[in-house]
Structure formats: C-alpha cells, structure tokens
Design a protein around this ligand. Structure first.
Ligand code: SIN
Length: 495
C-alpha cells in the first residue's frame, strides 16, 4: 500500500524514533546556542524536522565523553561487547520498517530499497557482534632461547566517523560495528542532509545497552565538527565515506596528530560487457550496478564499456530495461527510482549530459529532468560516449548510463584502468579464462563477475588508487580499529 510522507513522519514522531537532538555522553542535547538545521524530504521539498546544529563545543564534549567511556568499554570482555551489539542488531531488525521509512523520508530511495538498506546496515552489527570474539593475537617463535614473544591486538581508542547521505544507516553501522566490537568508542558525524536515521539508530543503540559516551552523534556545522575531530589528540582514528576531494583534505588534516585513517572515496566503475557475455545477465547486472539508489552510490557503474560485436544489441536491450524503471516518490508502490538528493546533484548531472551531447554522444532515452519536477531525473542511456567527455572521467552520481564502445580485451582493460579511481568494476563474460585475465588486470578493490550487486558484510569493501585506504566489512574491516602490540618477555630461563 502506498503511504504519504506526512502520515509517516507523524507516526515516526509518536514512536520516539524521530529524534532531533544530538547524543553526547548518553544524553540527548540541543545545540548549545539552540541553533537548528532543517532536514528536507527530497521528493517533496517538505521540511521533516529541525535538528540541532552542533559545532566545535558539542564535538569537544562528545570526544571527551568518548575518551572517558573508552576505559570501561575497552575493558569489557569481547563476549560482553558482543551481547550488546547483538541486542542492537535485534532492535534494528525489529524496527526495520520505521528505519526504512526514515531513510525514504530524508534520502528519497524507494521504501523497499530503504528497508533493504536497513537489513544491509544491520548485518554489519550482527557480523561484528560475532567477530568481536575472534580478535586473536599471536605467539611468535622467539629469536633467543630466554625470550617469549607475543602479539596483542588492542582497540585504537576514540574514533571519529564521518558518514555520507547516500546510505544513512549502512555507512554508519559499517564503521561503528567493528569500532565498538573491538573496544573503541565513537563520535559519529552523519551528513546534515540525513541525520534522522543516524539518530534513530543511536536511540536503539542506547536501548540495546551501549553505555553513555561509547556512541555519540553530533551533526550540524560540518567544518567545525570535522576540525574538532581532526585536531583532537584524543581521537586516534578517522573513518570517512564521501568524496575524494574531501577525503584528501581529511587525510592531510589528520597528519599533525598522526591518526589512523580509513577512507572510502569516489569511484568511476566500469561495467565491461564482452561479446561472449550472456546478454540477459549483462543487462540485469549493469542495470543493478548503475541504477541502485538512482545512481547515487560510489560503486555504481559509471561507464558501461561494451564490445563492438554486442554493442547495438546491448544498447537496445539495456535501454528497454531502463525504460521500465519507475520514477516517483519512494513511498509510492512500484517506484524503483527516487529523486536525487538535491538540486546541486541534478545540476551536476545536467552539466555532464550537456557536455557529452555537445561532443557527439547520443541520448537513447531520458536525458532531462523528469516531469515530476523537484529533483527527479529521467533514467538515461547515452551512446557513443568517448574518453574526452566529463562523464567518462568523473563520478556522475545520478541515473545516467554512458555506453562506450571498445574492440579488444586489451582495450577494455586500458580504458577501465585509465582513471585515478579504483573502487568497483564489473565484468560480463561467459569465459572463465577471460574473467580471470581481466579481474587480475583491473586496478580496483572490488570486482563483480556476471554480477552487479556485490556488497555484503562478509566481504572486504574498499578501493585502490585515489578511491581510498583501508577496508570495511568482513574480518579485514576489524583490523582498521585495532593496534598491534608486540610484547617481548625476557629472562625466561630463570627458575
Ligand atoms: C557507497 O556508495 O559508498 C557504499 C555502497 C555499498 O555499500 O554498496
């Protein structure tokens, strides 16, 4: 049944999950100067809530409370932390409808996809509740007979987690899950565009027993919050998902206090369709990789490279599939494509499309704002795109699929790697030998073979080149929150 945004937000308000204050030291607080920022529904432009607009002072207090909480949280046994995380997971799942509604309200993605994000986001909490108990050290055969050598893994300390608007829940849980599991405490700064889901998740964390100060949420003045997190010597790690430009600035600003840094930055994912691909599999996989969240993911196919022999057939079948996508309000039944996050996002897409068309690319379908108005954009397929066009160099972050023609496997690998980004890539081929040759040659952190949706909590997510540092999810994601301590026990032959 379709819902309307107004009644959804009223219901959420009365359920206690629509929170507007920040969380510092276990207390819900307004900003100290009572400033607020408005959170909009991108599908309607309506204001959903006024939330606390916090800055330096609130962030410093959040850091102090996190620092204090670290002593007791890190000393709990892994099993004790695991139980708290498991309860948080259970609560996230028990409230998946409401959390999904919040995501659709503030971010715009269709409700079904939003509820899918809740399951995806919660899976990181479940996974790290389990993984908490598997942080093993090591015993090293000693170099001298009177010594014993040990390796301990210990939590890094206070973590600053700066998260984006495109996955208002999952990008938080993917960071907070391993941080809390390993014994770290966290100050989260969600995007000002989508703080409501973060606050609701934090409320559930409190209900699950996450102690005061172990998880704080501050939002509002991004430069002030970022500076406070980056300059504090008490914050020992910064983890960020967002643009490459901002990631580089954070990395530089983390240098004076030599913080550990994990960065999940922009991509320019190629989806490579070879002549020997199964056409249906290639269409379905590329569609999923391109149009998830209306093209607003870092792993979205940004360039669709199609081999000469299958180019026209693929262009036709793919465009037919894109034509069937339903654009609309995320609360309407049947919607598969929500709005873009804001007008700046639409303007960027328009500039990229105009640039491509002015240089000779041809629009097969779409190519303009949707008749629904607001920030809705038509799902678009453009053919004859070449490497001198902006859209083949930069992240589109919108529902536009550029088709680029190539002749040989070597060409495809060269074009795919000809970018500063290296997050995700997709290959469609029926040849096992070719798939190995190509995925080994691709300079990317994630590769999907005959599959367009590859993110999961059990596998490492992260990029190479300028797409970032470190990995999230999986057993590898835990290491980002741990320090290694080597202990040498001497004089061990004495009786
Ligand atoms: C992202 O867009 O940054 C995350 C996408 C994912 O987790 O699949």
């Amino acid at each position: 049944m379709s819902m309307d945004a107004q009644s959804v937000s009223e219901k959420l308000r009365s359920s206690g999950l629509l929170r507007t204050q920040g969380l510092i030291g276990g207390k819900w607080l307004d900003s100290y100067d009572n400033k607020t920022i408005k959170v909009n529904n991108p599908a309607t432009g309506e204001i959903i809530a006024d939330v606390a607009c916090m800055g330096t002072k609130e962030t410093n207090d959040a850091i102090a409370s996190s620092y204090e909480a670290f002593t007791s949280w890190s000393r709990l046994t892994a099993g004790e932390r695991s139980k708290v995380l498991r309860r948080w997971y259970d609560l996230l799942i028990a409230h998946k409808e409401e959390l999904g509604q919040l995501i659709t309200l503030e971010q715009g993605k269709p409700l079904k996809e939003a509820i899918g994000e809740v399951a995806y986001g919660a899976s990181f909490i479940e996974y790290y509740a389990e993984e908490a108990k598997r942080v093993y050290g090591d015993i090293i055969p000693p170099n001298l007979s009177d010594r014993r050598l040990l390796v301990l893994k210990q939590p890094v300390g206070v973590v600053g987690a700066i998260t984006p608007w495109n996955f208002p829940l999952a990008m938080i849980t993917r960071k907070v899950g391993p941080a809390l599991a390993s014994g770290c405490t966290v100050v989260v700064k969600p995007s000002e565009l989508t703080p409501l889901t973060a606050l609701a998740a934090a409320e559930l964390a409190l209900q699950a027993g996450v102690p005061p100060g172990a998880l704080n949420v501050v939002m509002g003045n991004a430069p002030e919050i970022g500076d406070a997190l980056l300059t504090s010597p008490q914050v020992r790690k910064i983890t960020f998902t967002g643009s490459t430009a901002v990631g580089k600035k954070l990395m530089a600003a983390a240098a004076p206090t030599v913080k550990k840094v994990s960065l999940e930055l922009g991509g320019n994912a190629p989806s490579i369709v070879f002549d020997d691909a199964d056409l249906d599999v290639a269409v379905k996989g590329t569609l999923a990789a391109k149009f998830r969240n209306s093209g607003q993911t870092c792993v979205c196919a940004n360039r669709v490279l199609v081999q000469d022999g299958i180019y026209d057939k693929f262009a036709e079948a793919f465009s037919e599939a894109v034509q069937k996508l339903e654009v609309g309000d995320g609360f309407r039944d049947g919607t598969t494509q929500g709005p873009l996050i804001n007008d700046a996002a639409v303007q960027k897409v328009e500039t990229f499309v105009q640039d491509a068309v002015s240089k000779g690319a041809k629009i097969i379908i779409g190519g303009k704002r949707h008749s629904l108005g607001m920030t809705f954009y038509e799902p678009t397929v453009i053919r004859d795109v070449s490497d001198n066009m902006i859209m083949s160099k930069e992240e589109i972050f919108g529902p536009v699929a550029p088709l680029i023609r190539f002749k040989t496997e070597e060409d495809a690998i060269r074009i795919a790697n000809d970018t500063i980004a290296g997050l995700a890539a997709y290959i469609f081929t029926n040849s096992v030998q070719r798939s190995w040759r190509v995925f080994e040659a691709l300079e990317y952190g994630l590769v999907g073979v005959n599959e367009g949706l590859i993110s999961t909590e059990v596998a490492p997510f992260g990029g190479v080149k300028q797409s970032g540092l470190g990995r999230e999810g999986s057993k590898y994601g835990m290491d980002e929150y741990l320090e290694i301590k080597y202990v040498c026990l001497g004089d061990m032959n004495r009786h």
